[in-house]
Design a protein around this ligand. Structure first.
Ligand SMILES: *[C@@H]1O[C@H](CO)[C@@H](O)[C@H](O)[C@H]1NC(C)=O
Ligand SMILES: *[C@@H]1O[C@H](CO)[C@@H](O)[C@H](O)[C@H]1NC(C)=O
Ligand SMILES: *[C@@H]1O[C@H](CO)[C@@H](O)[C@H](O)[C@H]1NC(C)=O
Ligand SMILES: *[C@@H]1O[C@H](CO)[C@@H](O)[C@H](O)[C@H]1NC(C)=O
Ligand SMILES: *[C@@H]1O[C@H](CO)[C@@H](O)[C@H](O)[C@H]1NC(C)=O
Ligand SMILES: *[C@@H]1O[C@H](CO)[C@@H](O)[C@H](O)[C@H]1NC(C)=O
Ligand SMILES: *[C@@H]1O[C@H](CO)[C@@H](O)[C@H](O)[C@H]1NC(C)=O
Ligand SMILES: *[C@@H]1O[C@H](CO)[C@@H](O)[C@H](O)[C@H]1NC(C)=O
Ligand SMILES: *[C@@H]1O[C@H](CO)[C@@H](O)[C@H](O)[C@H]1NC(C)=O
Ligand SMILES: *[C@@H]1O[C@H](CO)[C@@H](O)[C@H](O)[C@H]1NC(C)=O
Ligand SMILES: *[C@@H]1O[C@H](CO)[C@@H](O)[C@H](O)[C@H]1NC(C)=O
Ligand SMILES: *[C@@H]1O[C@H](CO)[C@@H](O)[C@H](O)[C@H]1NC(C)=O
Length: 478
């Protein structure tokens, strides 16, 4: 057995040596030195260190080889190696068939295949003969017609494991998720283990899945996934354990390979957090009453926002034209606070009606608040009428009062003068009576006629009407 291994390894080394010699000769023949930082300097021939190799100089050698594998895989499962040949320049696909030589360091085996520009090799490494670990695959490509010529070659590392390989998937329908490990309560969540190891038909295993929170079993089934809804905020130390048991389909083979009957295990863990979505958010205005929709230009609207739900949370907002609908809510700010109560100060830069659109985020939800409309007034334009009109009216008032006062004073003075005139200047007094005398004469004449008419009526009817008496008293007062 050891001798066999040694022989296989020696053969690989020989092929390696041939490769290196060919490359060097090629370089020398074409008169080009291997560039100092070329991918294959002589000192680092050790294949375990070298990754992608293109034979330099690349101008002269027109092929590159791209290798990939399905590793990591568990021992006894199928590993698939893929080689893609490309031509320079422009990475075009070469025409025709090629020889592929596959050398691996796991069991020191060689495989040959013929293919076009893409080649695949499926291999199964038995856990009986190969230990888990990292190994190297080397692929050498030759033209179909000249199998001794090397067009390109490359290396790739691959890992064989003792435990099953795969991944744990957690899916929940969330409108917003801040961190990929935080999920919502009161909502269905789907857990799924995806075993990526593939087994040949004769070795197809029977799988069981056990799900734990720490050490507490929460679910077990033959299916790789299950749904659950958590009702309280909590932490979940999720651990999924997959077990693959191998049936003995071929008794002769299984008796030869007793190790194959052993089940294989895989463990996958995630720490998950479950939180409550935001709900029942309320907004109240601090700098004024909540109903007050007006704000002075330059002043900030200060709002208190409180929600039910899990912290941390953050608030963002947009100021838009009146009742404008936004395509999407504002982006959550980078800083989240350890609370679900916030105070924000919103400044609106333009006068007139504006709409403030607010949204609150926590780790797993977004709550869009109803739009708030505010009217912004400019203090400068509003204060001019507010102050100027009173001032104008006050000025007018003062002017009227002053004018009125002056008039009264003048009137009084004139009255005074008149009285004085009466007392000391008889000419004026006479003149005054002279001015009034025609009017008085006319009035006396009318009243005299009225009296005569009354006397006649009294004599005729002896009536006693108040109107007559009033005219009489009027007459007497004159
Ligand atoms: C090999 O090439 C691939 C793609 O060209 C690149 O992603 C990878 O990092 C390379 N590996 C090394 C070891 O250079
Ligand atoms: C590489 O391609 C060029 C033309 O693109 C050709 O002249 C040259 O012979 C090719 N070299 C090899 C080694 O095929
Ligand atoms: C390679 O691409 C360049 C530009 O991308 C183009 O000018 C050139 O003709 C292409 N060469 C070949 C052989 O397709
Ligand atoms: C979250 O992302 C990190 C890094 O991409 C990954 O390692 C982790 O498994 C992810 N967690 C979940 C629950 O998907
Ligand atoms: C399982 O994982 C592989 C590799 O990551 C992926 O290609 C495949 O789609 C996954 N399958 C499911 C059902 O998630
Ligand atoms: C999981 O276990 C932790 C402590 O071990 C506990 O605090 C938490 O509530 C558990 N989660 C569930 C969903 O039972
Ligand atoms: C939200 O409000 C509704 C009705 O007011 C109430 O029934 C519900 O319990 C509240 N939710 C929370 C988380 O307080
Ligand atoms: C919901 O939030 C209000 C304030 O917004 C608070 O008074 C009430 O206690 C909260 N209810 C719960 C169940 O958290
Ligand atoms: C909303 O506000 C964000 C910043 O919080 C800004 O980047 C975005 O452009 C605004 N959107 C609109 C429509 O005004
Ligand atoms: C804006 O919306 C409010 C409330 O929804 C409504 O009362 C008002 O008439 C709307 N204004 C305009 C201009 O659409
Ligand atoms: C709204 O969003 C859609 C796609 O999400 C985009 O095509 C459209 O241009 C957006 N409209 C505005 C006004 O941003
Ligand atoms: C947030 O609050 C919780 C308790 O409510 C506390 O344990 C945690 O340390 C706080 N985190 C920060 C960043 O303040």
């Amino acid at each position: 057995m050891n001798l066999m291994k040694f022989k296989g390894w020696r053969r690989t080394m020989v092929v390696w040596f041939v490769c290196v010699v060919v490359v060097c000769c090629f370089s020398v023949v074409t008169g080009e030195m291997t560039s100092p930082d070329g991918p294959l300097p002589m000192s680092t021939v050790s294949p375990a260190i070298v990754g992608n190799i293109t034979i330099s100089p690349s101008i002269k050698v027109n092929y590159t080889l791209e290798l990939s594998s399905s590793a990591p895989v568990v021992l006894d499962s199928t590993i698939t190696f893929t080689a893609k040949l490309r031509m320079n320049p422009n990475n075009t696909v070469p025409e025709g068939e090629f020889h592929y030589l596959w050398l691996n360091s796991a069991n020191h085996g060689q495989d040959r295949s013929k293919s076009n520009h893409e080649a695949k090799l499926d291999k199964t490494f038995s856990g009986m003969r190969v230990d888990p670990g990292e190994y190297l695959l080397t692929v050498i490509v030759s033209p179909k017609t000249r199998p001794r010529e090397i067009l390109a070659f490359g290396n790739i590392m691959f890992r064989l494991t003792r435990r099953l390989n795969g991944n744990l998937k957690v899916k929940q329908n969330l409108e917003y998720q801040r961190r990929n490990d935080t999920f919502a309560i009161d909502r269905e969540i789907y857990f799924h283990v995806n075993i990526t190891d593939r087994f040949s038909m004769t070795k197809s295993p029977e799988c069981m899945y056990f799900w734990y929170n720490g050490s507490e079993l929460i679910h077990s089934s033959e299916k790789p996934g299950f749904d659950k809804t958590f009702l309280q905020p909590c932490v979940l130390y999720l651990q999924a354990e997959a077990t693959a048991s191998f049936l003995e389909l071929d008794t002769s083979l299984s008796s030869l390979l007793p190790h194959d009957k052993e089940p294989k295990y895989g463990t996958f863990q995630e720490k998950l957090l479950f939180k409550a979505s935001l709900s029942n958010c309320t907004v109240s205005r601090v700098d004024s009453s909540t109903d007050d929709q007006s704000v002075k230009l330059g002043d900030a609207i200060i709002l208190n926002i409180a929600c039910n739900g899990s912290s941390p949370s953050a608030v963002c907002w947009n100021v838009t034209g009146l009742n404008m609908t936004l395509n999407e809510t504002c982006k959550p700010p980078s800083q989240f606070l350890n609370t679900t109560q916030h105070q924000v100060s919103v400044s609106i830069g333009q006068t007139g009606w504006s709409t403030v659109q607010l949204a609150v985020f926590n780790d797993i939800s977004v709550h869009v608040l109803s739009q708030l409309n505010y009217y912004v007034y400019d203090a400068d334009t509003v204060d001019i009428p507010a102050l100027v009109f009173p001032i104008v009216f006050i000025v007018i008032g003062i002017t009227i009062a002053a004018a009125g006062g002056a008039y009264i004073v003048r009137l009084r003075r004139r009255l005074h003068v008149e009285v004085a005139d009466f007392d000391f200047d008889p000419n004026i007094s006479v003149r005054t009576t002279n001015i009034l005398s025609p009017v008085a004469a006319a009035v006396k004449h009318i009243i005299g006629r009225l009296r005569r008419w009354r006397d006649q009526s009294n004599r005729n009817s002896h009536s006693d009407q108040p109107g007559m008496r009033r005219s009489q008293s009027l007459y007497e007062s004159l």
